[in-house]
Design a protein around this ligand. Structure first.
Ligand SMILES: [Mg+2]
Length: 380
C-alpha cells in the first residue's frame, strides 16, 4: 500500500500592514500554513480586515487544528464539509468561522495541488480549452487627492501602464471626497473618460461610508451614463433590494454588489432578487475556493457575471485568478495597482498587468511562492 501523505502541521499567521492603495491605512489579514507529512506546504488567507476579527479568526482556526491533523489533504472537499458542519453553532450563514474556513480551504487546495502536481486551474477547470488563459485586468483603486486633476492623471496612467481600465472606490480615506456632490462627481467621471480614452473600462464603487438616497443615486448614475461606465457598484446596502430594483428601471449601466455575503445561501438570496448584474465574491471570506465554486454555479445558472473581490494578498489573487478563469461568466480580474507589501513583497514573482491582461498561475497549487519572512515582518 502506498503511503498517503496526511496533514502534519497547521499554523496561523495574522499580519497587519500599511496599504498604499488605501492611503497607507493599516490592514489585517490571517494566513494559514498547512504542511503534509511528505513536506509539501499549502497557504491560505482570510481577509479579516480588523484587529478584533483577526484575533477571533486566529482562535477559531486554532480550535480546528485537531480536526485537521492526520487527514488526507487531497480529500479537501470532505474536510470543508466536516468543518462547515462543525462551525454552524457560531457561524451559520456568516461570521468568523467563514474566514477560518476560507483560509483553511485555500491552503488545502494549494497543498493538494502541490501533492498531485496540478495547478488550481487544472484542478477546478477552465472556461475553455485554450492553451493559455488570460483575463482582462482592471486597476482597483481609491482616490485620495483633493486636486482631482491629479487623480485623473493618475488613473489615465494606469491605463497606459497596461490595465484595461479602473474601478474607483468612493468615500474613502484622504481628501478627494468623491461620492458626496453630484455635479462634482459627474465632472470627475467626464474628465476620467476624456483622459483615459473611449475604450477604457470605468467603474464607480460607492463605498460603505457614503449613504445615498434612492433619488440621489438615480440622478448620479443617470448623469454618468453619458460617459459609458462599465458598472456602478454597491450603490446601496446589500439588503436594499427595492432600491436596486428602482435604480435599474432608470439606467442601463450594469449594477454590481453582494461582495459582503458569506456563503451560497446568502448569494442565492441576492441572485434570486433579480436586481444585480455583477456578483462580487471574496474567496478569503466566502468559504474559500470550495465556497466560491458553489457561488459561481449560481451565477452561471442566473446568467449574471462573477467578479472576484481580490483586494488583499497575492494568495487571494492567485486563488481568485483561477476562479475567474474557471467560468465564462467573468469579465475581468481586479488588481491593486500601487506596489504593496502583501502582493509585491510576499511572493517572488508579483502579478503584473500586460497589455490589458493578466495570466493564470500554472505551477502546482496556487502557483506562488510565499516568503515567510514577510509574514514575520508584518506579524500582528
Ligand atoms: Mg466593492
Amino acid at each position: 500500500m502506498t503511503n498517503v501523505p496526511t496533514i502534519a502541521r497547521v499554523t496561523v499567521h495574522p499580519v497587519t500592514y500599511p496599504e498604499p492603495n488605501d492611503s497607507n491605512a493599516m490592514r489585517y489579514l490571517t494566513f494559514v500554513r498547512i504542511e503534509s507529512t511528505d513536506g509539501h506546504v499549502g497557504w491560505g488567507e482570510a481577509i479579516t480586515q480588523f484587529p478584533g476579527s483577526t484575533r477571533g479568526t486566529v482562535e477559531v482556526i486554532k480550535g480546528l487544528i485537531d480536526d485537521l491533523i492526520g487527514k488526507d489533504p487531497t480529500q479537501n472537499i470532505g474536510i470543508w464539509r466536516d468543518l462547515r458542519k462543525q462551525t454552524w453553532w457560531y457561524s451559520y450563514r456568516g461570521g468568523l468561522a467563514h474566514f477560518a474556513l476560507s483560509a483553511i480551504d485555500i491552503a488545502l487546495w494549494d497543498l493538494k495541488g502541490k501533492i498531485i502536481g496540478q495547478s488550481l486551474s487544472q484542478m477546478i477547470g477552465k472556461r475553455d480549452s485554450s492553451a493559455e488563459t488570460r483575463l482582462p485586468v482592471l486597476a482597483s483603486t481609491h482616490v485620495f487627492n483633493s486636486d482631482l486633476d491629479v487623480e485623473v492623471a493618475r488613473h489615465a496612467k494606469f491605463v497606459a501602464d497596461g490595465y484595461i481600465g479602473f474601478k474607483i472606490g468612493m468615500g474613502k480615506r484622504g481628501d478627494a471626497r468623491i461620492g458626496y456632490d453630484i455635479d462634482r462627481d459627474v465632472n470627475f467621471v467626464k474628465d476620467l473618460r476624456a483622459a483615459a480614452g473611449p475604450k477604457a473600462w470605468i467603474m464607480m464603487d460607492r463605498g460603505q461610508s457614503l449613504n445615498w438616497t434612492l433619488d440621489e443615486a438615480i440622478k448620479r448614475v443617470v448623469r454618468w451614463e453619458e460617459f459609458d461606465l462599465k458598472w456602478v457598484e454597491e450603490p446601496f446596502e446589500p439588503w436594499e433590494f427595492e432600491h436596486f430594483r428602482k435604480l435599474r428601471q432608470h439606467v442601463t449601466t450594469m449594477i454590481a454588489g453582494s461582495e459582503r455575503e458569506w456563503d451560497y445561501r446568502g448569494y442565492s438570496e441576492t441572485i434570486n432578487s433579480g436586481t444585480l448584474d455583477v456578483i462580487g465574491c471574496d474567496v478569503g471570506r466566502a468559504e474559500g475556493i470550495t465556497g466560491a465554486l458553489a457561488i459561481i454555479k449560481l451565477v452561471e445558472a442566473a446568467g449574471l457575471w462573477f467578479n472576484s473581490h481580490a483586494w488583499s494578498s497575492a494568495v487571494n489573487t492567485a486563488a481568485s485568478l483561477a476562479l475567474s478563469a474557471s467560468t465564462p461568466r467573468c469579465l475581468l480580474q481586479e488588481l491593486k495597482p500601487d506596489e504593496n507589501p502583501m502582493q509585491h513583497e510576499l511572493i517572488d514573482e508579483p502579478f503584473v498587468p500586460e497589455n490589458g491582461s493578466i495570466g493564470i498561475p500554472t505551477k502546482p497549487g496556487l502557483g506562488i511562492n510565499v516568503n515567510e519572512k514577510v509574514l514575520e515582518k508584518y506579524a500582528f
